[in-house]
Design a protein around this ligand. Structure first.
Ligand code: TXA
Ligand code: MG
Length: 317
């Protein structure tokens, strides 16, 4: 099992020698390695069992810190970074040759993000290389929002888990690229599109669900529990599964079944986002045969939660 602690120096030394370290961010925990070391990056793909066509996000302490790794940064990317970094926003920027092709799966652009968790910020400031880090879960499974989640899933495959407590936002960063000088959102996440649009004006969306590897980050099935997950209207779902041991994931209402989690009795979407992956994981580990879940209101952060619910419940390829 991996050691868990708050020792930034230890994390630094391990990363500098090419080892994997889990890092806390405000979104989810990341499985980090030196982004400039292809052997270390290869270990990330191996530990997660992640296909190499799925590129990694590179974490830096600031856009300035990304200076050598990206070029032709559009003005609106600068404005977005100035406004929302550190924070739950990943920018797709043209990469220089310093970023190994393995990191971007051969794509010309690299995902760059400046996370705002204080421990990870302190670590990044100590390092003289950026950190490639996908979410610290086995490929396709529920994302981790505590150090314990990382330990449960990947504990045997990494050296150290930097423990920063439970993640403040709980769902991944919003991914934004640029086409003809305009912002394009590729993944909904912790930063809302309305907030981005205030800076950039018109924002287009390119969020399809696909099993086609050419559409990285948009796999139809993702974030999934091991148990079957069915989404819909909960009363109807409960009636249809009367003879099964069900786990219920609801937004506001309580249900009278042994295994149920309410995301936010007050209807607070930020609270729901914070609890979402953890709740799904708890139900996945409970003694139930099937998980029934309802969508949350499809506004603001709710859209990012619903995107994950949709992919987590996707059946088949
Ligand atoms: O909040 C987050 O973004 C977390 C924390 C750890 O920073 N990271 C994260 O990484 O969610 P990951 O690997 O689980 O998801 C990143 C997604 C992937 O689906 C990947 O396909 C997409 O971002 N992505 C990364 N680089 C890309 C690129 N150059 N072009 C298009 N999509 C990219
Ligand atoms: Mg992930």
């Amino acid at each position: 099992m991996a050691e868990i602690g708050k020792d930034i120096n230890k994390a630094k030394q391990l990363l500098a020698s090419g080892e994997l370290v889990a890092i806390p961010t405000e979104t989810v925990y990341g499985l980090a390695a030196n982004a400039l070391n292809t052997d270390a990056v290869t270990r990330i793909f191996e530990a997660k069992n992640r296909p190499v066509f799925d590129p990694l996000i590179v974490h830096v302490s600031s856009l300035k810190g990304a200076g050598l790794f990206v070029r032709n940064v559009p003005d609106i990317a600068h404005e977005l970074a100035d406004t929302f970094w550190p924070g739950p926003l990943t920018l797709l920027l043209e990469k220089t040759s310093l970023i190994p092709d393995l990191v971007t799966s051969g794509l010309s652009h690299v995902g760059i993000r400046s996370p705002r968790h204080p421990l990870t910020r302190a670590l990044l400031k100590e390092l003289d290389f950026p950190l490639a880090a996908p979410s610290a879960n086995p490929f396709g499974y529920i994302s981790p929002t505590t150090a314990g989640h990382v330990q449960d899933q990947l504990g045997g495959k990494l050296a150290y888990i930097l423990d920063g407590g439970a993640c403040e936002i709980g769902i991944e960063s919003t991914i934004v690229g640029f086409r003809n000088g305009k912002a394009v959102v590729y993944r909904r996440g912790g930063l809302q599109i309305e907030d981005i649009a205030e800076i950039t004006g018109e924002v287009s969306l390119d969020i399809n669900a696909s099993s086609n590897p050419k559409a990285p980050g948009q796999l139809a099935s993702h974030y999934a529990p091991r148990k079957k997950l069915v989404t819909g209207e909960l009363d109807a779902l409960l009636a249809a599964h009367l003879h099964q041991k069900v786990g219920v994931l609801s937004f506001q209402k309580k249900y009278d079944v042994p295994f149920q989690i309410t995301l936010s009795p007050d209807g607070d979407l930020a609270e729901a986002a914070r609890k979402f992956f953890s709740a799904l994981r708890t139900l996945d580990h409970a003694s139930v045969d099937i998980i029934l879940a309802e969508y949350v209101p499809d506004v603001g952060l709710g859209r990012a939660i619903n995107d994950r619910l949709r992919r987590a419940s996707h059946q088949g390829a």
